[in-house]
Design a protein around this ligand. Structure first.
Ligand code: PLP
Length: 383
C-alpha cells in the first residue's frame, strides 16, 4: 500500500510510516494492527476525535437524503449549520459564508475587506501562515512559502507579530485589512499580549481597516473557547471577520467566514462564490461537529486537561517552556524537538513539529483525557 502511494502520488509531504485504517476518539489504528495515540489530530482536523458517533451518524443520514445541491437552492442542512455557527460566535459576527478550506476562507476574507474599504493592501505578520493559494500564500511571511507562491499578489505588507508600532507604520489609508493568526501555530505556537489585540482593534477602528482573525486552527473549541475572538486571552477583541476550516467539519472538507453586519452590507450577489461551499454533506458535518463539542462538554474538558498537561510537563526536565492555549500547544525543549518527535512515534504517539526546531506541537482531539496525558508524559520523560 505504502509503495503504491509513493509510486502514484506526488511526494509533496514527508509521511510518517503509518497506513491509517480506522479511528476512534484519540486513537488512530493502522492496517498492521498498531494503535497510535493521536496528539496531532490529523493536522488539527479531528477536533471531535476520530469518527465521533454523532458526526458519523449525521453524515450517514445526510448522505442517504441529499449529498449536494449548490447555493442556488435553500437547504435545511445549510440553514441549521449557519444558524448554529452564528449562535456560538461573538455577538457582532452575524453572517456566514461557506467554502471548502482554510486558504479559500482567507482569500474570501481578504476580498471582502477590499470590497468593504475600496482599498487593496493587506498587512499580515512575520511567522503567520494563511494557506497556499495565490493571495493567501502572498500573505504568508513564514519560511519558504511566499517564495513557492511567486509571482506574489502585490500589496502584501509584513509587520512584526506583537509589535503594534510596526503595524502603525504600515497602516495608512491604502490598507484594506490586517489579518493574523491570533496564535501563530506553525511558527512554533507564538502568542501576543492581550494588549496587542486591543491596540490592533483600536488602530483598525481609527483608520477604517478591517480586522481579520485567521482562526483556521484556533477556532471551533481548540483554545477551550469556541473562538479566540472575544476571548480573555485576546483582550475580548472581536474582529470584523473570522475565518474557519480544519476542525469545523470533523474531517469533511469545509471552510467558513464569519462576518459582521457592516462587512456583510458591502457584499452583493455574485461577489463571492464556490460550487461546493455550503453543500449538504459538509453542512450536516458542521452542525453535528458543533453539537458534539457542546454535548460532550469538550470546551471545559480542554481547559481541565490543558491545566493537567501543564502540571505534568513541569516535571519533565528537558521542557523549558509551554506555549499556546488549550489544545494548541507548543512544547519547547532545551534541544531539538525532532528526536523526541521520532521517539514518540516509535512509542506509537503522533505529535507535530513546527518551524521552530525546538518546539513540538500538540493539536489533539478536544476529547483527550488525563489518562492519555500520562501515556504521553511517560514516553516523553524517558531518559
Ligand atoms: C492558520 C492557518 N490558516 C490557513 C490554513 C490553510 O488551510 P487549508 O490547508 O485548509 O487551505 C492553515 C493550514 O494549515 C492554517 O493553519
Amino acid at each position: 500500500m505504502m509503495t503504491n502511494e509513493d509510486q502514484f502520488q506526488l511526494a509533496t509531504y514527508k509521511k510518517m510510516p503509518i497506513a491509517a485504517e480506522r479511528g476512534e476518539g484519540v486513537w488512530l489504528y493502522a492496517s498492521n494492527g498498531d494503535k497510535y495515540l493521536d496528539l496531532y489530530g490529523g493536522h488539527a482536523v479531528a477536533g471531535t476525535g476520530h469518527c465521533h458517533p454523532h458526526v458519523v451518524e449525521a453524515i450517514r443520514e445526510q448522505a442517504g437524503e441529499l449529498l449536494f445541491y449548490s447555493n442556488l437552492v435553500y437547504s435545511g442542512a445549510r440553514a441549521r449549520a449557519a444558524e448554529k455557527l452564528v449562535s456560538i460566535a461573538p455577538g457582532a459576527l452575524t453572517k456566514t459564508f461557506f467554502c471548502n478550506s482554510g486558504t479559500e476562507a482567507n482569500e474570501n476574507a481578504m476580498r471582502m475587506a477590499r470590497m468593504a474599504t475600496r482599498r487593496e493592501k493587506i498587512i499580515t505578520f512575520t511567522g503567520g501562515f494563511h494557506g497556499r493559494t495565490a493571495d493567501a500564500i502572498s500573505a504568508t511571511f513564514l519560511g519558504k512559502y511566499r517564495e513557492i507562491g511567486k509571482p506574489n499578489v502585490p500589496g502584501h505588507l509584513e509587520a512584526e507579530f506583537g509589535n503594534i508600532e510596526s503595524v502603525r507604520e504600515l497602516a495608512d489609508e491604502t490598507v484594506a485589512a490586517i489579518m493574523l493568526e491570533p496564535i501563530q501555530s506553525m511558527a512554533g505556537v507564538r502568542m501576543a499580549e492581550a494588549d496587542f489585540h486591543r491596540s490592533l482593534r483600536t488602530l483598525c477602528d481609527e483608520r477604517g481597516i478591517v480586522l481579520i482573525y485567521d482562526e483556521v486552527q484556533t477556532g471551533v473549541g481548540r483554545t477551550g473557547e469556541w473562538f479566540f475572538a472575544g476571548s480573555e486571552a485576546g483582550g475580548g477583541v472581536v474582529p470584523d471577520i473570522v475565518t474557519l476550516a480544519k476542525a469545523l467539519g470533523s474531517g469533511v472538507p469545509v471552510g467558513a467566514c464569519l462576518v459582521t453586519d457592516p462587512i456583510a452590507s458591502h457584499i452583493k450577489e455574485n461577489d463571492l462564490g464556490t460550487t461546493f461551499g455550503g453543500g449538504m454533506l459538509a453542512m450536516a458535518a458542521v452542525t453535528a461537529t458543533l453539537e458534539a463539542i457542546e454535548n460532550d462538554r469538550m470546551l471545559s474538558n480542554v481547559k481541565r486537561v490543558e491545566a493537567y498537561l501543564r502540571r505534568r510537563l513541569a516535571e519533565v526536565e528537558q521542557v523549558v517552556a509551554v506555549h499556546g492555549l488549550g489544545f494548541l500547544l507548543g512544547i519547547e525543549f532545551a534541544d531539538k524537538a525532532e528526536p523526541i518527535h521520532r521517539r514518540l512515534l516509535d512509542r506509537k504517539i503522533i505529535t507535530g513539529t513546527s518551524s521552530n526546531p525546538k518546539v513540538l506541537r500538540l493539536l489533539p482531539p478536544l476529547c483527550l483525557r488525563e489518562e492519555h496525558i500520562d501515556i504521553f508524559i511517560s514516553a516523553t520523560d524517558e531518559r
